[in-house]
Design a binder for this molecule. Structure first.
Ligand code: FNR
Length: 183
């Protein structure tokens, strides 16, 4: 069986190191994981007043989440937490009340930073929200990718061999996690 994995990147910029890391991992994806990027740019901000007549972008996001068997998050750290765009996507996907699209989907979190605290704060704030929306998030191995600007060449290719090795180990563990939990 193939499992559909929605890859969600919490940075919207073109040269994002989170996006580069997501692409590097997608290229190395295990056979049974069919990974595709879930675009969260252009998602209107959550507002309870709009719930009766939701923007179509909200509905599209909810459908795509529901359609996925698993989730792989890549998050930058903004001011020691999760970027607003990513938090907004979590909020939109969790509603309307009683119809939480995230419910039960196995997930993993990779935090990527140019600094050397490696997005620890964002990684764990994201875990806090995912716990509440009932997303079983892989505990180990953890992925804190620091000094990210040193890992990629000018074409965005991952050049660091020990990082490649780690990504492989990480993806193998994530594959097992998805197989164990996905319905
Ligand atoms: C940052 N950055 C950052 N880095 C970090 O390690 N901890 C932090 O708290 C912050 N805070 C922060 C706030 C804001 C508003 C910005 C724009 C940036 C730096 C951040 O890690 C860096 O810009 C990364 O390159 C962002 O990820 P992408 O866009 O490369 O994926």
């Amino acid at each position: 069986k193939k499992y559909k994995i929605a890859v969600i990147v919490g940075s919207l910029r073109k040269e994002s190191f989170n996006l580069k890391t997501a692409k590097a991992m997608m290229e190395m994806a295990p056979e049974s994981l069919d990974m595709s990027l879930l675009d969260i740019s252009g998602l209107p901000m959550f507002n309870e007043d709009l719930e009766g007549n939701p923007p179509k972008e909200w509905e599209t996001l909810r459908e795509k989440i529901s359609d996925a068997d698993g989730l792989l998050f890549f998050t930058p750290e903004y001011n020691r937490s999760v970027p607003g765009v990513l938090k907004n996507a979590i909020d939109v996907g969790s509603r309307p009340y009683g119809e939480n699209s995230w419910n039960g989907k196995p997930a993993a979190i990779v935090s990527v930073s140019i600094g050397n605290i490696s997005g620890f704060g964002a990684n764990h704030h994201l875990r806090q929200s995912l716990t509440f929306v009932n997303v079983p998030t892989m505990a180990q191995p953890e992925a804190y990718i620091g000094d990210a600007s040193a890992l990629y060449d000018d074409n965005g290719k991952l050049t660091n061999d020990s990082t490649k090795e780690f990504f492989k180990t990480y993806l193998d563990a994530f594959e097992e996690w998805v197989h164990t939990i996905a319905k």
